[in-house]
Each structure stands twice: as structure tokens, then as C-alpha cells.
Design a protein. Structure first.
Length: 445
């Protein structure tokens, strides 16, 4: 066993602490976020984990961390679990704290969703992506018939909560590491040190999320690895990822361990080293995943006629100041004004929804009402401007919104699960010039 590297803390924009470690110096940087049940401060005592980390360090500088809600990192309120955007932000926070430039990302299980979202949103910052036993959507649907049915998912969540801290979770995720009662007791302690039973709400948020619409926007060279006997993630999930991420390579291995460092981990390491040291870096295009926001002032022409040009200009100046303030609060970037509205883009869908909702309330101080529409998709930068189908979809969605209403696409709702944002179903609509139909939702509150 290797001695555990020193742990450090990075601080998120919200003021939360993220515990991370840096190990090795052999070439490229490799970011490796852990999941629940595997706290970095404790895992180095486990031979299977330390051996795997040594294998990674033989060809990379490993940057590993506990995401929010687990291990030595900041806690998450189980009554108000944020969206996967939060864990995407954690990846960026740790990369920034270490000063890494364009690292590779290795991830498994639930953190795969946040990693895929990060890779699509920041393509210029990801050299390559490796997904082990990951999924785009855990729940069953017509496009995901191998997913877990909703009724079974509820029972699964309860079973995980009941088993947490007993070693029972590890028995399912890494059966090769639990041979007897002593092993089960040891892993039970590790589970308890990782999180409390209430923290099952965090993986539940991932299980209810869906990044299917994100996959096509991933530009980094991608390796997808699955094990045929994984009881937690059906191998069909990996096959789906490999067939929908452009140019992805699929490797199917035998074994029933979900954790990549359990079981025949040398098989995983061999594939990772071959992929990460032999893959040619792809040219990064001016395409990124983003959430697009369109706003429009309701009744602007009538209002301008009533107030006159001078007073209306003062109102618009006040509106522009409010927009600038709220975009700053929620990390949005104003692309341009549209006369009586705004086009802005965001690197996180939940932030975009919250910003739109805040704008609806803020402009009332000016005696205005706005409508807003949002969609997450791939956009192309053209200087300071943006283009792409996602921009057109957001514009069409905005046009269908009512006064003081924030209307979003289904893609948005699937990406902000756990954020506390509530929606009302507005049914299916045809969007002019866009193949449909499209199901839209209004933001509550």
C-alpha cells in the first residue's frame, strides 16, 4: 500500500470546501472524482484502491477528490439536493485549484453525468474522457428499456438507505472486495465515513436526471468501459453512451464489480493507459454545450408609445442594468440585446433557470413584464455572437411563453433534477422550423 497523499481543500464559488489529493507526476493530468462510499482520506488503506491509483500514476498526475456531499468535502442538505450542475462545478473548481490545463477525466457511475456535462460545456478544457460503468439516464424509458422502472427505483433507493453503513452497499458495488464478515464490517465503516444514510438523495438525483441530449455535444476523445456483470449499471447503458457520443470507443470487460479499482482492475488500467497515452488530441471546435436564454419585454411597443421616446429610453436603461446585475449573479453572459429583450448563455442549466426567474421578478420594479424561454444544447461561437439550432429552439420557446412566464424545454427539466425548481407541464408544441413536437414546461414561482 502507498502512503496517502496529503489532502488539500479547494473552495467553490458558494463557499463549500472540496477535499482533493494530487498523486504522481508521470505526464498528463488525470482528474478522478470519487463517488459515495469511497472517501479519499480512507481509501488509501485499501490495497485494491492504492494499487489502482499507483497504476494511474504510472502514466499521469492524478487529481482525485470527494464531490460535495461525500467524504471530507462539504455537506449537502438532503432536503434540498442541487442539480448535477453542482457536481459539474466541483470538477472545474478542483481543476482550477490545482492549476491544471486541459486534463483528461476518468469517472465512473453517477459522477459520469456531471463529467459528461462538464466535457460538453467546456470542450477546450478536456483532453479526453473515460467513462467506466456510467449511464446517461438510469430510469427506464422507451429509449432506455434496460433502465430501472420507476417503481423499482423507489425500492432500490430505500434498500440503499437501509444498507448504508453496514457494508451492504459495497457488497453490491464491489463484491470481489467483500469475502467475509470482517470485510463487510470494514467496508461498513468506510461507508459511514463517506456519508450518512440520508445522502442517498444524492445518487437519487443522478438516477432521476438525464443527459441524453448532451451526448452529441461531447467533443473530447471518449473511452467507454463496462463490465458485463455489474449489478448496479446495466452494460446496455455503456453501449448506448458509446453509440451516441461522437467517435467514442467501447470496451466490454468481464466481471461483476462496479468500482473500476475492484476486481480485475489491471484490465481497466491497461485500457485507460492505451487510450490516454495513445489517443491523438482532437481539434477543439468553437462548439460548446450551453443553456440559451431569450427574454422579451411584453407589450414593449405599446409601452414605448405611451411613455414617449425619452422616458422609454430611461426604462430600457434601467432594464439593461437589471439584466447585467442578474447575469452577473448567475454566471450568465449577455450575447446581445434584441431591442426589447436579451439573448444570454449560461454554463449551467439550473443557474439559467434561476436567473430567468429572478429577472421576471426584478423587472416588476420598472413596471415591466417579460417572457423568457430556455433550452440547453450545442451552440457555435461566431466572435461575440452565438448560433446553432439550440439558439433557434430557445427563441421559439420564448415566443410561446406568456407574460411573466419562464418556459423551458424538456431537456432543461431533465438536467436540473434535485435543484428544487418545480415545473408545470405545458404540453407538446410545434416549434416553427424545428422538427417536433416539443414538450414544454413552465417554471413555478
Amino acid at each position: 500500500m502507498s502512503q496517502a497523499p496529503e489532502a488539500h481543500y479547494a473552495t467553490t464559488l458558494e463557499g463549500d470546501y472540496l477535499a482533493y489529493q494530487v498523486f504522481g507526476d508521470a505526464g498528463m493530468d488525470l482528474v478522478f472524482p470519487l463517488n459515495g462510499g469511497t472517501p479519499i482520506e480512507v481509501m488509501w488503506d485499501q490495497p485494491a484502491f492504492s494499487s489502482f491509483m499507483e497504476g494511474l500514476a504510472s502514466f499521469s498526475r492524478v487529481i482525485s477528490f470527494d464531490p460535495r456531499g461525500f467524504g471530507s468535502s462539504g455537506s449537502v442538505d438532503p432536503r434540498s439536493v442541487p442539480a448535477i450542475q453542482t457536481w459539474m462545478d466541483d470538477i472545474g473548481t478542483v481543476i482550477g485549484a490545482v492549476g491544471s490545463e486541459r486534463p483528461a477525466i476518468l469517472t465512473y457511475g453517477e459522477m459520469g453525468l456531471a463529467s459528461m456535462l462538464y466535457a460538453a460545456t467546456y470542450p477546450q478544457q478536456v483532453a479526453s474522457l473515460a467513462l467506466v460503468n456510467s449511464f446517461a439516464r438510469y430510469r427506464r424509458s422507451p429509449d432506455c428499456p434496460w433502465g430501472m422502472p420507476a417503481s423499482s427505483l423507489l425500492r432500490y433507493v430505500d434498500a440503499v438507505r437501509q444498507a448504508w453503513g453496514s457494508g451492504g452497499v459495497t457488497t453490491v458495488l464491489a463484491p470481489s472486495l467483500v469475502d467475509d464478515d470482517d470485510d463487510k464490517r470494514r467496508w461498513g465503516r468506510i461507508e459511514r465515513l463517506s456519508a450518512t444514510p440520508d445522502s442517498v438523495v444524492i445518487p437519487t438525483a443522478f438516477w432521476e436526471s438525464d443527459v441524453t441530449e448532451v451526448l452529441d455535444a461531447i467533443q473530447a476523445p471518449t473511452l467507454v468501459i463496462s463490465r458485463d456483470g455489474d449489478a448496479h449499471v446495466n452494460p446496455n447503458h455503456s453501449r448506448y453512451l458509446a453509440s451516441h457520443i461522437p467517435g467514442a470507443r467501447l470496451v466490454e470487460l468481464s466481471g461483476n464489480d462496479h468500482w473500476p479499482f475492484a476486481g480485475r482492475s489491471e484490465d481497466v488500467l491497461n485500457e485507460l493507459e492505451l487510450f490516454m497515452t495513445g489517443a491523438r488530441p482532437s481539434a477543439v471546435l468553437d462548439r460548446v454545450l450551453a443553456t440559451v436564454l431569450f427574454t422579451d419585454i411584453v407589450g414593449s411597443t405599446e409601452r414605448a408609445t405611451t411613455l414617449g421616446d425619452r422616458h422609454w429610453r430611461d426604462v430600457l436603461n434601467g432594464y439593461d442594468q437589471l439584466v447585467t446585475r442578474e447575469l452577473g449573479r448567475f454566471r450568465g453572459r449577455q450575447v446581445k440585446t434584441t431591442g426589447d429583450g436579451t439573448l444570454a448563455v449560461f454554463d449551467g442549466p439550473a443557474r439559467a433557470v434561476e436567473c430567468a426567474r429572478a429577472l421576471v421578478h426584478a423587472v416588476r420594479s420598472l413596471g415591466l413584464e417579460i417572457r423568457a424561454g430556455l433550452h440547453t444544447g450545442e451552440i457555435e461561437s461566431r466572435g461575440d455572437d452565438v448560433s446553432g439550432v439550440a439558439v433557434h429552439i430557445a427563441a421559439r420557446v420564448s415566443a410561446l411563453a406568456g407574460p411573466a412566464e419562464v418556459l423551458v424545454s424538456r431537456t432543461i427539466t431533465d438536467l436540473v433534477v434535485g435543484s428544487g425548481i418545480e415545473f408545470e407541464d405545458r404540453g407538446e408544441h410545434e416549434l416553427k422550423g424545428i422538427r417536433g413536437p416539443w414538450r414544454l414546461f413552465a417554471v413555478c414561482g
